[in-house]
Design a protein around this ligand. Structure first.
Ligand SMILES: [Zn+2]
Length: 419
């Protein structure tokens, strides 16, 4: 069988494994959150708070969709015309067009150009966040964060680009196989190292100070059978008023992180409710699931790009001879951008199901739906979330159930448990 035949077979196998993994690992049946309860919950929220949040969300929209459209157009323009290939050549020219210069500098130039062209929209977002009082770090802090994230992406991007184009040169017929394995490996590696190498670039993390709250949280984790070494507090207040918490990392790098803003804004019982949700993620191995499906998806993408990339009309459009050369990188970016947009609703749906399960875990672990509901109300209030967002936007991009859904889930739980 030819390498191409093996690639088709591998693609089929990866699609099958990804499908089975998503059927088995994603909690498709969600806990009840009746619409009647949602409507009732919405009716009980202060009218001006809901109006203010909706005004804020509409103010963000032009920037968000502008960035989406411009990002897509730039990717298509660079990838489906010879412009991108020319940009890669240009970046490699000071180094005599050496392939490493084209691969790394050319690749980074393409990404940077797209970033720069969508920069006005990022600035728009920052101006809205400032106007509504959510952002606290000012334009200089914003710029520093932006430069830091460019630097982090450049380092990770350079490693990935150099690795990828080394493989395409060493194994011109089988690069897709090594590339797929490498991409999957990189996803797993990043899951391990992001919390210890990248997150500290943006925030300082300190162990939660000793006291009744920490004791309560550690006791709850022990009761839940989730070994937690520590609860870390992130100094999120340096850039935002928003409150949040999350789990990240795998094995030795796993951590539960709460924003210092959450500790400041919420009652200890509400913080407990938030951490109970995060323990749900840890207990159900959601980071592992995300990493595994991400790794499979990355491998699948490499094989699909190899197969698509042998399609002559596409190569002609991009003005390249082979998808495996650095000059074809803009074409790869265009294909990945389109695929990302197509996959977004499915990713959002899976994320919402996983989040709903963590909510159910929090309710069962704390047995305190009233505090859970109060916490949801506070989250929406402080973060200026639309408690019941437009349906299309929800289906397209919502990573979490809406505030009214989460409140309704708490009410359904309370009825069920007789509390
Ligand atoms: Zn969550």
């Amino acid at each position: 069988m030819t390498p191409r035949g093996w690639a088709v077979l591998t693609l089929g196998g990866l699609v099958l494994v990804l499908l089975v993994a998503s059927i088995v690992l994603v909690p498709w049946s969600r806990p009840p959150a009746p619409r009647a309860d949602q409507v009732a919950a919405l009716g009980e929220l202060p009218v001006d708070q809901v109006a203010h949040a909706r005004e804020f969300r509409s103010a963000l929209r032009p920037g968000a969709y502008g960035a989406l459209v411009v990002g897509l157009l730039v990717a298509l323009l660079l990838g489906l015309t010879p412009l991108g290939a020319r940009l890669v050549e240009l970046a490699g020219r000071p180094f005599g067009g050496h392939w490493t210069a084209r691969a790394v500098l050319g690749g980074l130039a393409v990404v940077l150009l797209a970033d720069l062209l969508t920069l006005p929209f990022a600035a728009w977002r920052q101006s809205v966040l400032t106007r509504y009082g959510l952002s606290t770090h000012g334009w200089s802090g914003w710029a520093v964060d932006l430069l830091k994230s460019y630097a982090v992406s450049a380092v990770i991007g350079a490693i990935a680009l150099l690795g990828f184009y080394t493989v395409t040169r060493l194994a011109p017929r089988w690069w897709w196989a090594f590339g797929a394995a490498g991409a999957a490996g990189l996803v797993v590696l990043l899951s391990f190292v992001l919390p210890v190498l990248v997150e500290p670039v943006f925030n300082r993390f300190t162990p939660m100070e000793q006291g009744p709250l920490r004791t309560e949280l550690m006791a709850m984790a022990a009761r839940d059978g989730v070994p937690v070494r520590d609860v870390l507090v992130a100094d999120a207040s340096r850039r935002t008023k928003a409150v949040n918490a999350y789990v990240s990392g795998l094995g030795p790098t796993r951590r539960v992180v709460v924003y210092d803003t959450l500790l400041r804004e919420a009652t200890p019982a509400e913080v407990t409710s938030v951490v109970a949700h995060e323990l749900g993620h840890a207990k159900d191995r959601d980071v592992w699931t995300g990493t595994l499906t991400g790794a499979l998806g990355a491998a699948l993408a490499v094989v699909a790009l190899y197969l698509l990339g042998s399609w002559a009309p596409l190569l002609r459009l991009a003005g390249v001879d082979s998808v495996a050369e650095p000059r074809a990188f803009p074409l790869l970016i265009a294909l990945v951008t389109v695929a990302g947009l197509v996959a977004a609703p499915a990713q959002a749906l899976i994320s919402r199901r996983v989040e709903a399960r963590a909510d159910a875990h929090a309710l069962a672990l704390t047995g305190d739906p009233a505090t859970f509901e109060a916490m949801q109300r506070r989250l929406a209030g402080v973060n200026l979330a639309d408690p019941d967002p437009p349906r299309w936007e929800y289906l397209w991009s919502a990573s979490h159930p809406s505030t009214v859904e989460r409140m309704a889930a708490a009410r359904a739980y309370a009825r069920e448990a007789g509390r």
